[in-house]
Write a protein that binds this ligand. Structure first.
Ligand code: ATP
Length: 310
């Protein structure tokens, strides 16, 4: 009997989740000017879809997005870092269908970099461990290792110390992105100027996660960047979320997206419905226990597709 010929993988598609900050505290500044952080991050079911095909050159396309695909793009930088690390003399044609809003504090750019690393590892059979991919990702951006691992994690240091945490209890997030995004450097500069009175209680959040206590987690939540944020929409959006019964409502990361935590899907949908009347992008999302992962491999253009359940 003849063995089937194994063709090399031609293209790999990866889904990489957005994140929300359940907490974000700033604990200090390093001598070289980086802020030290202490935060819980949660992956959610809003995914960047990244397809990487074999190619000689390096191209990044983002159809329908205003984000450019050149050397400043996180996806491009991740590919360069991967080829440098592995020494592979190869290229990639990368297509990104963006679902995560830009300048939202939801790590869309980091998810794209994470997706490229996971896809290239699979496409070229490099067999790098998740830890090695995280090390390469950290060269591109502080949130990239989290985007690779996903789930729930406590992140400290300058964003480089990441420990998996117990899963977030069952809940729904009503998430609202205002028309104007926020620049991360500007958000930190304003924090340096104005500081914060309201901070999360990360130890209480850790205990609540360990106990699966949603109310306790929500009581401990907070974002040290929120009071000094340049976004004018935090207050009005939080008010709508609370009116619909959110157990907590706050900005994620450096903004500008704002979310509420609900123990009822119905209430989360009602909040989303009202916010959608005033804001361009609103979702009801839930926690997911995964990070960037392969959705599909294609051996040759148009044939031998292998689909994995999402
Ligand atoms: P984080 O939560 O990690 O701070 P963010 O939501 O604040 O992320 P992003 O939307 O990921 O920020 O990226 C912000 C900036 O980075 C944009 O101004 C954009 O021009 C640039 N950028 C570079 N590569 C990408 C990418 N692949 N996707 C989105 N933005 C990118």
């Amino acid at each position: 009997m003849t063995q089937p010929v194994k063709r090399p993988t031609h293209a790999v598609t990866v889904l990489a989740p957005a994140k929300l900050n359940l907490t974000l505290d700033i604990t200090g500044v390093t001598p070289d000017g980086y802020h030290t952080l202490d935060m819980f991050m949660q992956a959610v079911n809003l995914y960047e879809r990244i397809t990487v095909e074999r190619s000689r050159g390096l191209t990044v396309l983002l159809p329908g997005s205003r984000v450019r695909g050149g050397p400043h793009n996180t996806a491009y930088q991740a590919a360069v870092a991967f080829f440098r690390h592995t020494g592979l003399l190869a290229g990639a044609f990368i297509t990104i269908r963006k679902a995560v809003p830009v300048r939202a504090g939801m790590a869309g750019g980091s998810a794209d970099a994470a997706g490229v690393l996971v896809a290239l590892n699979e496409l070229y059979g490099a067999r790098l461990s998740r830890e090695e991919l995280c090390d390469i990702g950290a060269q591109v951006g502080a949130d990239v290792p989290f985007s690779i691992l996903g789930g729930t994690a406590r992140v400290q240091g300058i964003g480089d110390v990441l420990r998996p945490a117990p899963c977030c209890p069952r809940c729904w997030f009503a998430v609202c992105m205002p028309a104007m995004g926020v620049s991360t450097p500007q958000a930190y500069a304003l924090y340096d100027q104005y500081g914060a009175r309201m901070r999360p209680d990360n130890e209480a959040a850790a205990a609540a996660l360990a106990a699966g206590d949603l109310a306790g987690l929500c009581a401990a939540m907070g974002n040290a960047l929120q009071e000094s944020s340049p976004s004018r929409e935090n207050g009005p959006i939080c008010a709508v979320l609370r009116r619909h019964g959110a157990l907590a409502a706050q900005m994620t990361g450096s903004g500008a997206a704002v979310f509420g935590v609900f123990d009822s899907e119905h209430a989360a949908r009602a909040a989303r419905e009202e916010l959608a009347g005033s804001y361009p992008q609103c979702w009801v999302l839930h926690p997911v226990p995964v990070g960037a992962r392969v959705l599909r491999r294609r051996e040759k253009r148009g044939c031998n597709r292998q689909q994995h359940p999402v």
